[in-house]
Design a binder for this molecule. Structure first.
Ligand SMILES: NC(=O)C1=CN([C@@H]2O[C@H](COP(=O)(O)OP(=O)(O)OC[C@H]3O[C@@H](n4cnc5c(N)ncnc54)[C@H](O)[C@@H]3O)[C@@H](O)[C@H]2O)[C@@H](O)CC1
Ligand SMILES: [K+]
Length: 522
């Protein structure tokens, strides 16, 4: 199973506005706009020839620079002997100077009420969508909406669509689709992947996301987000010294599991062990002792009402995982106070978050300026409770919700979902590159919390621990080969294989300009 996505490291991700500001700054410092467009269009022609090695290509162009990229791609394909036609939507110069004198048939369409049915024939081998890029403002106007609908119809008839920079109709800042939007089989982003192609609903429209180096200056710290990839994980993950002992490689205490909820702590504890922790303790309801010790004899058991023993377990640990299956019944406040009084890196999950959301005994603001890193791992429902908003409001702007919880808590935040996000003060927003519907199964949150706890205990900063747990957990799930039949308890067993994989990320795209090759969502 080839390791995907391919990249050299984490990949900077630009919103449409950041990309436009960066474009302008590059041009102001003397980078010729035409040379950027030339590289963009030629990369598009390279990818088009790979996606459709033969047969006619239709390029749908708009009036802006996205359309210009499309004209360069059309001219390059024509110069390489391919049959290509432009469908020009809105004004472009005639003849277009970007054609460099090559003759490419152009069909102009100006009337939204009269979209020619044969403009995009079902016999086309590929449609290139160069209608709207980062310049889209508001809902596509009637003419552009008609062109988008024609491209959607072509996609539904089985013609592959290659979108340039962002599928037309998708807002490059947010992934929102205020009107009709193109369904691309692949999207080629110029310079950097656009945030809107990585966040839903834009992600589902973008298909495979490929990014190309086209001659921009370095982007150091210019953008607010980055894609966390397997190549990044392999670089930052903690590794054991050859000479060491069990307490030096990460001791974790998992605190959770009210009566009858032993499964959650066992999953988290097993995930911590399988993520490389050298010593894992379980603190849980006394009623769970037998099942915990039978299922996971490796982990010493401490009953959670023996508060002095709990203190002792935490004091001996490098990190705490607090909350899986905990329950929010009476008396839990004392435990919250006791556990969070420790100067220990902590993953705060599930019912520990629900207790904080109710201010029992204090709220997330009291976590600010902790002496040790805190990692909060809410799903959208828990996030909504913590912020006092609806789940719909969280889903409407997930990066904003994650950043707001960071501002309120001072902690690092993982907002689970597609994709899961990692937010931390002063760091770009991390997006997990390994989302899959296979992970939508009960107990995956417990596995994530346990795994993140293990990376924290091994010395990773909270944001790295979060990203590592997301990526290795998802990769482990993939390696099981169980698809939609995956159970959370399968994942810890596959974590060592994911962590031990020495395969380099793989791509079948042989282009020197390639900076990212990310599969379509499954
Ligand atoms: N400026 C640069 O340095 C580079 C820009 N590049 C390309 O340029 C694109 C951005 O170019 P532009 O800023 O010209 O913007 P676009 O080409 O994305 O869009 C602008 C055009 O869309 C129209 N438009 C905007 N909102 C609309 C709506 N709601 N309905 C219908 N039409 C609408 C505008 O009237 C204008 O004609 C990028 O996405 C990328 O493809 C690349 O060539 C790389 C270099
Ligand atoms: K486009």
């Amino acid at each position: 199973m080839p390791l995907r996505p391919w990249s050299r490291d984490a990949v900077p991700v630009a919103t449409g506005s950041e990309a436009s500001a960066f474009d302008r700054a590059a041009v102001e410092r003397g980078v010729p706009e035409r040379s950027l467009m030339e590289s963009a269009g030629r990369a598009a022609a390279d990818l088009a020839m790979r996606l459709a090695p033969e047969g006619p290509v239709i390029v749908v162009t708009g009036a802006g620079h996205n359309g210009g990229d499309g004209v360069v791609a059309a001219r390059t394909l024509a110069a390489r002997g391919r049959s290509v036609r432009i469908v020009a939507v809105g004004a472009r110069p005639d003849p277009d100077p970007l054609l460099h004198g090559w003759v490419v048939p152009v069909r102009r369409v100006d009337d939204p009420a009269d979209w020619p049915a044969d403009a995009i024939p079902g016999s086309a081998a590929l449609v290139i969508d160069a209608l709207l890029g980062t310049g889209l403002r508001g809902e596509p106007r009637p003419l552009q909406a008609a062109a988008i609908r024609a491209m959607v119809a072509a996609a539904e008839a089985g013609v592959p669509v290659l979108a340039l920079d962002v599928p037309s109709g998708v807002v490059a800042d947010t992934g929102a689709c205020p009107g009709p939007s193109v369904r691309a089989s692949a999207t080629l982003c110029f310079g950097w992947p656009k945030l809107g192609a990585l966040l839903e609903p834009g992600r589902a429209r973008a298909g495979r996301v490929v990014a190309a180096e086209i001659g921009f200056p370095p982007s150091d710290d210019a953008f607010g987000a980055c894609l966390l990839t397997p190549a990044w994980a392999a670089r930052v993950r903690p590794r054991r010294d050859p000479v060491t002992h069990k307490n030096r490689v990460g001791a974790v205490t998992v605190v959770g599991g009210g009566e009858g909820m032993a499964g959650a702590v066992i999953l988290a504890a097993r995930a911590a062990l399988r993520s490389g922790a050298g010593f894992v303790r379980i603190v849980s309801d006394a009623a769970n002792r037998e099942v915990a010790q039978t299922t996971l004899p490796d982990a010493p058991f401490v009953p959670l009402d023996s508060l002095d023993a709990v203190d002792d377990a935490i004091a001996r640990s490098g990190a705490v995982v607090f909350g899986p299956g905990l329950g929010t019944g009476e008396g839990r406040e004392t435990l919250v106070e006791r556990v969070l009084a420790h100067d220990r890196p902590a993953v705060i999950d599930a019912d520990a978050l629900n207790l904080l959301a109710e201010g029992r005994p204090f709220d997330v603001e009291s976590l600010i300026a902790p002496r040790a890193p805190r990692l909060l791992t809410p799903h959208p429902g828990e996030m909504a409770r913590l912020l006092g908003v609806s789940v719909a409001e969280v889903e409407a702007d997930r990066p904003d919700a994650a950043r707001r919880l960071v501002a309120r808590s001072g902690a690092t935040v993982v907002l689970k979902g597609t994709p899961s996000l990692v937010a931390s003060a002063g760091r770009p927003l991390g997006l997990s590159s390994l989302a899959s519907s296979d992970l939508a199964v009960a107990g995956m949150g417990d596995v994530l919390a346990g795994s993140a706890g293990a990376f924290l205990a091994q010395g990773a900063p909270a944001c790295d621990a979060a990203g590592l747990a997301l990526l290795y957990g998802a990769r482990a799930a993939h390696l099981t080969g169980l698809g939609a039949g995956l159970a959370a308890s399968d994942v810890p067993e596959a974590l060592p294989r994911a962590l031990g994989e020495d395969a380099a990320p793989h791509t079948d795209l042989p282009f020197p300009w390639l900076t990212l090759d990310l599969d379509a969502p499954r």
